[in-house]
Design a protein around this ligand. Structure first.
Ligand code: DC
Length: 225
């Protein structure tokens, strides 16, 4: 079974994707982490993001592995654990820039399809283009969204709990900037697939969203859970 979860940053995709993967015993694939790892590889190589041919070459040659259980997923770049390094604000912005390059997207999409298709029981993939490009025939597609203010509030609370210093206003402006780039890029912009189930999580807590998603899966595949 392939479950696609798309939506803007901070809508709860990762947390809910992990919860679903665990509950249904499926592989969990955080595709944003892959773009973040490419961005990190590019920065480490000292290459500018405008050198698209070189960036694509790095994306092609980088070995990106996601290992471990959803709750403790580790992102390995060329043998090096970069799980923490890819979560900075800079890495998020850099990933958003790198993900506008078509060559990079082609390589990532191919990689994501291979991982998804080789998962024994199936896979929960979360990102921006899963239901529209990576798995247009996914068994079920969710599009999670929330008002920018709600997403910035969550992100800011999460950052503070991790000891990262930033103001709410900074977080909101960073989210708005990234959203703008993700919806306006030419190749595979963030869009709602026509057959996606849209859930606005602004006023809902995690359990409520999780229950709604499970109910939708159960409606379509009564034996999955
Ligand atoms: O989900 P995230 O914040 O970790 O994603 C980082 C960036 O990667 C995001 O700004 C857009 C890009 N991305 C993408 O273009 N396509 C995906 N499937 C996942 C992420």
């Amino acid at each position: 079974m392939i479950i696609a979860i798309d939506g803007p940053s901070g809508a709860g995709k990762s947390t809910l994707g992990k919860m679903l993967a665990k509950k249904l015993n499926l592989l969990y694939l955080d595709t944003g982490a892959m773009y973040r790892a490419v961005a990190l590889a590019v920065s480490r190589a000292g290459i500018g993001f405008d050198q698209t041919a070189k960036v694509a070459e790095i994306a092609e040659n980088a070995r990106i592995d996601l290992v471990g259980e959803p709750d403790a997923l580790k992102i390995i770049l060329d043998g090096d654990d970069v799980s923490v390094d890819i979560r900075t604000l800079e890495a998020a912005q850099a990933a958003s820039i790198v993900s506008t390059i078509s060559e990079v997207r082609k390589i990532m999409v191919e990689h994501q399809r291979q991982i998804g298709m080789s998962a024994a029981k199936g896979c929960v993939l979360e990102g921006r283009d899963i239901g529209s490009i990576v798995f247009p025939n996914a068994d079920i597609k969710f599009f999670l969204t929330a008002k920018p203010e709600a997403r910035a509030r969550r992100r800011h609370t999460e950052d503070q709990s991790k000891g990262r210093l930033s103001s709410y206003e900074q977080t909101l402006s960073e989210i708005n900037e990234r959203d703008q780039r993700d919806v306006s890029r030419e190749d595979s912009p963030l869009t709602i697939a026509s057959d996606a189930i849209v859930i606005d999580t602004s006023e809902l807590d995690l359990t409520e969203v999780f229950e709604q998603m499970l109910a939708k899966i159960d409606e379509k595949f009564p034996t999955a859970g």
